[in-house]
Ligand binder design. Structure first.
Ligand code: GLY
Length: 404
């Protein structure tokens, strides 16, 4: 099927505005070219730009760098949208840079973020068999962290002793299940899908409060498998709702519903999404970094959470069996993208990132009110999905497959 290159506009009822996805993809491409000219073919990766800075802080390619996959992933999405051969060269360069990481034993659960955002998009768009093998190997490596007594993947092996978290699982880990489902379908071990589903079930049973809000970290007993406690790591307090944690839950359960297709996961994705939407500030679509932070409205917002949720809700709207909810999620996502694409949140001439105003780790006072690579990754993913949705395609569809 050919791709119509028409300007796509969508009406946003409650903001009485329209969202121009092509304009914002073009903006993203221009910003990405600024980053390319700033860093060229570096051996390091752009991670953040703090609020008083104008240039990227670069980080080495290390297994402990959980964000390593996002810059290559941004380049792959930009290439998908522009077919710019120059961008393809950089996407290939930065993906290949991660190769040493693919030969190591499991460091922690972030392998999914690192490999699926980079190599996952690389394989999706090129069909290169070497990329495929790397992802299959990474899925097997990630699965070595699964504890079948508990029924989840261990997120942080290095936190077992220092904080006495015998088996810890963080909500972010839901994002790494997609790579396991993918591998099980693409010739990897079929049990990888069972591990992913078991992880999602255990997490659903223990990692959430009654209202659908999650603790960042669930701590389990390695011997009995029992849930011990829910605590926070990056939120304000154990009892509060950390915005990005809830964003990971919305995205994660949407993927888990897409894969095994069990309706209980759809109903759960709705529950966690509805809580998030109900707690947004009035007439705003970008949350404060923690919904219960004590000094709201004088707390920083987190654009990264909004970008993750915007992307997830586009898919959730397509998977919905309830047309009213489907419309509600689509509209909420477009409203989030509209707000993220405003001069308040787009970096424009302030710095070469796509977005301003994300919060990385407030309790550590790190990356507070910053541009961060994962906000940009999920923003360009959401824009790409939005364009597909407006063209009547599945948001997870691949332009390459379509054109072939
Ligand atoms: N995975 C870490 C974070 O969301 O900041």
């Amino acid at each position: 099927m050919g791709i119509a290159l028409t300007l796509l506009m969508i009406s946003c009822a409650d903001k009485n505005a329209s969202f121009d996805v092509d304009k914002n993809l073009k903006y993203s491409h221009e910003q990405i070219k600024k980053t390319i000219s700033e860093i060229d073919s570096s051996q390091m990766l752009p991670r953040n730009i703090l609020s008083d800075q104008k240039h990227w802080n670069m980080v080495p390619v290390e297994i402990s760098e959980w964000t390593a996959g996002f810059w290559p992933g941004i380049l792959w999405y930009d290439y998908e949208n522009t077919k710019d051969a120059h961008v393809l060269d950089y996407a290939t360069h930065y993906t290949d840079l991660l190769h040493p990481l693919t030969k190591l034993p499991a460091y922690d659960h972030d392998l999914g973020f690192q490999i699926f955002c980079s190599y996952g998009n690389a394989y999706r768009l090129t069909g290169n068999e070497q990329y495929k093998q790397i992802i299959l190997n990474a899925a097997d490596t990630l699965a070595t962290l699964f504890n079948d007594k508990v029924g989840t993947i261990l997120s942080w092996p290095r936190e077992v002793e220092p904080r006495n978290w015998p088996h810890n699982t963080i909500m972010d880990n839901m994002m790494n299940l997609e790579m396991l489902y993918w591998a099980a379908k693409k010739g990897g071990n079929k049990s990888l899908a069972d591990i992913a589903t078991k992880h999602a079930e255990t997490t659903m049973n223990h990692h959430f409060r009654e209202d659908g809000g999650n603790y960042h970290v669930a701590v389990y007993d390695t011997i009995t498998g029992d849930f011990i406690k829910g605590v926070t790591h990056q939120g304000y307090a154990d009892s509060t709702l950390w915005a990005r944690g809830q964003a990971w839950a919305i995205y994660g359960y949407t993927v888990v519903y897409r894969e095994p297709g069990d309706k209980k996961f759809l109903r759960f994705a709705e529950k966690v999404a509805d809580l998030y939407l109900s707690r947004l500030p009035e007439k705003e679509y970008v949350p404060f970094w923690d919904f219960d932070a004590p000094n709201i409205p004088n707390e920083p917002h987190d654009a990264s959470a909004a970008a993750i949720v915007a992307s997830a809700l586009l898919e959730l709207s397509q998977l919905e069996d309830n047309t009213q909810k489907a419309e509600e999620y689509k509209l909420a996502s477009i409203n989030m993208l509209t707000e993220l694409s405003s001069d308040k949140y787009q970096s424009r001439d302030k710095n070469p990132a796509l977005l301003l105003h994300s919060v990385g780790h407030w309790p550590n006072k790190s990356e507070v009110d910053a541009s961060i690579n994962y906000a940009d990754y999920y923003y360009i993913e959401a824009l790409t999905r939005c364009k597909k949705l407006l063209q009547g395609l599945k948001v997870t569809e691949n332009y390459k497959d379509i054109e072939n």
